[in-house]
Design a protein around this ligand. Structure first.
Ligand code: NAI
Ligand code: MG
Length: 366
């Protein structure tokens, strides 16, 4: 059977960028013989409009069944006043929860043509290609006890940083697996100097490494030093493995090393299914961008790069993923710019469709 893909365009610019991704997928099936069984369905506000829920049970079942889910974006002003239980974001949260997507992958990859978008000097980011693996389903955002309590004559706000060995073990494995498909290097970040959970984190990561991934080069770093190193000399890193809270902050920080929101893909991985592939959801980091919806201005690259990640991490097509990334690199080097990539130089931007036209031409020439 062909690998299966569930496409959920969602709201706002989601369907606009996903339409361009569909053209890229068609190119790979026609020109490279990569056939996928594709199903398309609704999520977010679009699903609410059709079914009164941001994620229909049938869609949830499909998501659990396929090899990979590709999602555009959810949300928009039209849905801002809905009850919390049916808000568009709840559709995405339900997918993450029921697919048990505990490992969030955020690449920070610098395309040289856009190096002047970086908040760092060009030479520090030129050629940069790092991957932050953030634990996504546990840690201080979920630990109990949590709440605001009375204590004496004042209130106290409490969150609990909590990690079990098995939670650390599984996310560490996903980072080591990734490292084997990249440069073979992992840097794990915590604060073992001041946090018990950090001590356990370091211990378990080291144990998983020594037992099952001795071929991967592992180092440990305190997360505060990691933040400093990330903006001082980011190219020293390949895979960074970290917890939910530090990963939230470090991945936003790393995103600014590379520029526009319209360029950033992501993946969330869960436990391996029967054939050993992790459950997976790929999506751009950006949202539904209501301010530019329907104007042909959206940059489709974040969503196209999310599909490249799917090729590499769900479908074992690393060479084809590189082919796609190289085509994108080429059109950017040739000067193709959607409005979000214009910068201070100014000029006339191209449309969403023109950007993918250029990418398809570069693929044809590859
Ligand atoms: P946003 O990411 O949608 O937009 C932020 C800014 O970046 C806007 O000016 C937008 O025009 C621009 N932008 C975003 N993606 C772009 C692209 N591909 N090309 C060119 N420009 C792009 O974040 P915002 O405005 O905070 O949220 C808008 C809606 O999206 C809200 O309803 C929010 O809840 C939802 N959202 C959904 C996410 C998801 O589906 N994973 C993530 C973040 C927000
Ligand atoms: Mg964040």
């Amino acid at each position: 059977a062909n690998p299966s893909l569930l496409i959920l365009p969602g709201d706002g610019i989601g369907p606009e960028v996903m339409q361009e991704v569909r053209r890229v997928i068609t190119w790979f099936s026609e020109k490279r013989g990569l056939a996928f069984d594709i199903t398309e369905d609704l999520v977010g506000g679009a699903a609410y409009d059709a079914h009164g829920t941001p994620l229909h049970d049938d869609t949830m079942a499909k998501a659990l069944d396929v090899d990979a889910v590709l999602l555009g974006a959810v949300g928009g002003p039209k849905y801002d006043n809905l009850d919390f239980s049916v808000k568009p974001e709840r559709g995405l949260l339900r997918l993450r929860k029921e697919m048990d997507l505990f490992s969030n992958l955020r690449p920070a990859q610098c395309f040289d043509a856009l190096a002047d978008f970086s908040s760092l000097k060009t030479e520090l980011v030129s050629g940069l290609d790092i991957m932050i693996v953030r634990e996504l389903t546990s840690g201080v955002y979920f630990g109990e006890p949590r709440g605001i309590f009375e204590e004496g004559n004042e209130r106290v706000g409490i969150n609990t940083q909590r990690y079990t060995e098995s939670e650390i073990d599984r996310v560490a494995r996903s980072a080591f697996e990734l490292a084997r498909r990249r440069s073979g290097k992992v840097c794990s970040m915590e604060k073992a100097n001041v946090m018990e959970s950090g001590i356990l984190w370091r211990e378990v990561v080291q144990k998983v490494h020594d037992e099952d991934y001795p071929d991967v080069e592992l180092s440990h770093m305190y997360a505060d030093n990691g933040a400093m190193q990330l903006v001082r000399a980011p190219k020293q890193f390949d895979v960074i493995l970290t917890d939910n809270l530090f990963g939230d902050i470090l991945s936003d920080c790393a995103a600014m090393l590379t520029g526009s929101l319209g360029m950033l893909p992501s993946a969330s991985l869960g436990a391996p299914n029967a054939d050993g592939r992790p459950k997976a959801l790929y999506e751009p980091v950006h949202g539904s961008a209501p301010d530019i919806t329907g104007q042909g201005k959206a940059n489709p690259i974040a969503c196209i790069l999310s599909f490249a990640m799917a090729l590499r991490y769900s479908f074992d097509q690393g060479d084809e993923a590189t082919r796609l990334e190289t085509a994108i690199e080429k059109v950017l080097a040739d000067g193709a710019r959607t409005a979000d990539l214009m910068g201070e130089a100014g000029g006339t931007p191209i449309s969403t469709t023109q950007m993918s036209d250029a990418i398809l031409s570069a693929l044809d020439a590859s």
